[in-house]
Design a protein around this ligand. Structure first.
Ligand code: CO
Length: 603
């Protein structure tokens, strides 16, 4: 028998709709999910904590309590980033221990603990804390491909985690690139080595091989597979729960789950999926086998593209991919997962734009100093010298990074007492993990973000419906209706072939325009935006114009902000690289612009 770990309330919506699912979307169906008999249900941790307080004005602790109350029969799991907890930097032991205690107290049963570098020293404190509080430790290894990350590497590390007190083990394939053969070899290797703990496989559909990998994992004796209910599955998310259940029916791996009950759940989650229609991205629904070559997880890839556009160097994409692979190798093959993915990715961008290791980020230096943990493979002295200087040896730490941190809990507690907020252990923890965003939330200043239903253009609007149906003729017709009448009849819209009937006989008639003169239409008047003009200031990224900061006749100097633009859900400023008087403005607020489009002309 294989059991499933259901991820609809955490990884699924984190992968597909920017982690925006709300507690209100979860509670009405919780009772039914509780009846399935899942091995466990992932509901907390990862990015959910941050998103709750930052974008949803929801108390993550309250969510956990409510879900536990609604699902008393299913073990609830959280994703815990070792010493980073649910953030992106290291915390001291006292905060990590207190966090685990509070999470357990508020309803978390199972803790999936991982470290980006698979540095087991970073996993000791949270693992021990979970054991001390009576929880289930699922110890995780981040999966990646490199000469270091052999089958033996994983088997040996899993053996160590077993000795450290894990209750189950997990292969965390966050980029969705594990192949059927690799997963078979690792799982079989663990079983052959005498590991008796249940083994779980976490993966995403990104590479397109994941269904096959799940089958081979089952053949090798995997105990638990990660899936998500079909409405938020596939693409950059996990394989669909219902499909995996159906695939294993009448086999030795039969889950025994009630498929009809699952289909019932599916109907509910289709509605939830609709509620966040504005966050659907066609690319996230597709597979991308190139991940097997460049090994960069989807989330990191979109980040890289954004950083390139921001730097005005979108053409360097391929170069950056190659450079990322190089930097990763030089930095000792870290698995690319938060936060190591950011370290490697940003350094690769810097190397391509400014020359190799000419500009070095603080994060790269910290990484080389050992502040994230021990890199999987040693870094060559010549690279260390480039990054940390000739005295690099003096800067490298040998201890566990958190050993350098002072206890923080009491300090944060007294800081929070200075503010007019309710002092509870949970609130202190929220503040300790996210001092700025957390305080804003605790003061009641956070605002819950919109859902698709609250948008002025409802999800039932015929344009939205046509786009979702992907009916190109309908979308085109709607677009035409937005144009002034005189612009609607361009050459593309005029039929040039007709079938006419004369006395019941069909004839085909073709209208051939001669000398550029169009029959029955007018000359198209759509003007192309200028590609390059003197004094033209270009956009260095793609996005939507939020605000024009200049008007015709204004005088601007180099570096002045001319527009603000929304790109990748973030507000960015575009500055002029030319000085003078604003002669022409080519865009207005709400316009979409591409990288390289001319925004204004100065003289
Ligand atoms: Co994942």
């Amino acid at each position: 028998m294989v059991q499933l770990h259901e991820m609809i309330f955490r990884d699924a919506h984190q992968s597909m709709i920017a982690t925006r699912m709300r507690t209100d979307d979860m509670l009405p169906i919780a009772d039914k999910i509780d009846q399935v008999g899942f091995f466990s249900l992932e509901v907390w941790g990862g990015a959910t904590f941050d998103v709750c307080i930052r974008y949803l004005n929801e108390d993550p602790w309250e969510r956990l309590r409510a879900l536990k109350k609604a699902m008393p029969n299913t073990p609830l799991q959280m994703l815990e980033r070792a010493m980073n907890i649910v953030a992106y930097w290291n915390f001291p032991d006292d905060v990590v221990k207190k966090f685990v205690y509070l999470a357990k107290k508020n309803g978390c049963d199972n803790f999936r603990i991982f470290d980006a570098l698979n540095d087991l020293r970073n996993m000791e404190t949270p693992m021990k804390a979970v054991k001390d509080n009576g929880g289930h430790v699922q110890a995780c290894l981040s999966y990646t491909i490199s000469p270091i990350h052999t089958v033996d590497y994983f088997v040996t590390k899993f053996q160590k985690l077993e000795k450290m007190g894990a209750d189950s083990l997990c292969i965390k394939d966050m980029a969705g690139m594990i192949s059927p053969k690799r997963v078979y070899d690792i799982v079989k290797g663990c079983k052959d080595a005498g590991i008796t703990l249940p083994i779980n496989l976490h993966s995403h559909c990104t590479s397109g091989m994941t269904g096959m990998a799940y089958q081979r994992a089952a053949e090798a004796g995997i105990d638990i597979l990660d899936t998500a209910m079909s409405p938020i599955s596939g693409g950059t998310a996990a394989p669909a729960t219902e499909s995996v259940v159906a695939a294993f029916q009448d086999t030795p791996w039969d889950t025994g789950y009630n498929l009809e009950l699952l289909i019932d759940l599916r109907k509910y989650f289709l509605k939830v999926w609709d509620k966040y229609r504005h966050l659907h991205r066609f690319n996230a629904l597709k597979i991308d086998p190139s991940v097997t070559v460049h090994q960069i997880p989807g989330g990191m890839l979109s980040n890289l593209i954004f950083q390139l556009e921001e730097q005005g160097a979108p053409g360097k994409y391929r170069e950056i991919l190659d450079e990322t692979a190089k930097v990763r190798k030089e930095l000792g093959y870290p698995p690319l997962v938060t936060p190591s993915s950011q370290v490697v990715g940003v350094q690769a961008v810097m190397n391509v734009l400014h020359g190799r290791y000419k500009v070095i980020t603080k994060e790269t230096k910290d990484y080389c100093r050992g502040m994230y943990g021990k890199p999987p493979a040693p870094i060559e002295p010549e690279i260390m010298k480039k990054i940390l200087g000739p005295k690099w040896k003096e800067e490298v730490i040998d201890c566990r990074p958190s050993d350098l941190l002072e206890p923080m809990w009491e300090k944060r507690k007294s800081e929070l007492k200075e503010h007019d907020v309710k002092i509870t252990d949970e609130n202190i923890m929220t503040y300790a993990i996210y001092p700025q965003v957390g305080l804003k939330f605790l003061k009641g200043e956070a605002i819950a973000e919109f859902t698709s239903e609250q948008l002025p253009l409802s999800i039932d609007h015929r344009l939205i419906r046509a786009m979702v149906k992907q009916s190109f003729p309908e979308v085109k017709q709607l677009w035409l209706e937005t144009l002034p009448p005189e612009k609607r009849a361009g050459p593309a819209q005029i039929p040039t072939e007709f079938e006419v009937e004369v006395d019941g006989e069909p004839f085909n008639v073709k209208v051939i325009p001669s000398g550029g003169y169009l029959v029955g239409g007018c000359t198209p008047t759509v003007t192309e935006p200028p590609k390059d003009i003197e004094g033209g200031v270009k956009s260095n990224m793609q996005g939507t114009i939020l605000k024009l900061k200049v008007k015709k006749g204004d005088t601007v100097k180099k570096g002045d902000v001319i527009v603000t633009i929304e790109a990748m859900k973030m507000e960015q400023e575009i500055n002029t690289d030319k000085a003078g008087e604003v002669k022409q403005i080519f865009v207005k607020e709400g316009d979409s612009v591409a990288n390289g489009d001319i925004l204004i002309q100065v003289q």
